[in-house]
Design a protein around this ligand. Structure first.
Ligand SMILES: [Zn+2]
Length: 75
């Protein structure tokens, strides 16, 4: 898909990015977008992806493109 993005040097799909943020596989993920913020750890570009870890939950996850930093709106 065209909305794959490079994260820490490898190409990821929305589902793969959501899996990295969540720490396990997710049911569904929306398109990857650029978050309007810089990474608090390294100042790199932050990506945002909305996903469903289960049928009853929707989470917005953020992940730095350059380092291990990530967070969700659950935090
Ligand atoms: Zn970073």
């Amino acid at each position: 898909m065209a909305d794959n993005r490079v994260v820490q040097g490898r190409m990821v799909t929305p589902g793969k990015l959501a899996e990295i943020v969540e720490g396990e596989s997710v049911m569904d993920a929306e398109a990857i977008e650029d978050a309007e913020e810089d990474c608090p750890d390294c100042g790199g570009n932050v990506l945002e992806v909305g996903y469903m870890p289960s049928v009853t939950e929707f989470v917005t996850g953020r992940k730095c493109q350059d380092c291990d930093w990530s967070e969700t709106d659950r935090d």
